[in-house]
Design a binder for this molecule. Structure first.
Ligand code: SF4
Ligand code: SF4
Length: 151
């Protein structure tokens, strides 16, 4: 069902930019183990703090873990926020944000309606355990309140 709304085209656009990839402590531990680093080593080389949240560092205007032609180097343990795109809170509650996301991301079906996108998105986030409650988690995934409004 999810493919009706979205299928990643692996263009890499969403790994580009000035950062903003929030990683919880639990995610940091998983990534560090995957990279065979201690948590401290991982944090020292891959994390920078923005206010009270940890973000992945950026290199050459791309996420540190993006490799041209290969994609995400930590794909099996990538942060929830990466696995959840394009089903971010803003895109689920604000139709104009959803329209902008459609223009930005070629993986979103241009024919999908806002209502269908929201329904499928909440289903996907729930099914894949991507809804975030943690204080140090990304605001984009704090959507538990939206589930109550879905019939
Ligand atoms: S912008 Fe969309 S299609 Fe491109 S890599 Fe990101 S999720 Fe996939
Ligand atoms: S962790 Fe992987 S999927 Fe997420 S922004 Fe970095 S390269 Fe892209």
């Amino acid at each position: 069902m999810e493919e009706i709304a979205f299928e990643c085209q692996r263009c890499g656009q969403c790994c580009e930019g000035k950062g903003g990839i929030v990683v919880t402590l639990e995610e940091q531990e998983k990534i560090a183990a995957f990279l065979e680093l201690s948590l401290e080593e991982f944090q020292h080389s891959c994390i920078h703090k923005v206010q009270d949240k940890a973000h992945l560092k950026v290199k050459n205007n791309f996420c540190l873990f993006f490799a041209p032609k290969k994609g995400c180097l930590i794909h099996p343990v990538k942060p929830k926020v990466c696995a959840a795109w394009p089903y971010f809170r803003g895109n689920l509650v604000d139709e104009s944000a959803f329209s902008l996301a459609k223009e930005y991301c070629p993986g979103i079906n241009p024919q999908i309606s806002f209502a269908e996108f929201k329904k499928i998105g909440l289903y996907y986030l729930q099914k894949n355990n991507l809804i975030c409650q943690e204080k140090d988690g990304p605001t984009a995934l704090k959507v538990a309140d939206l589930l109550n409004n879905e019939g």
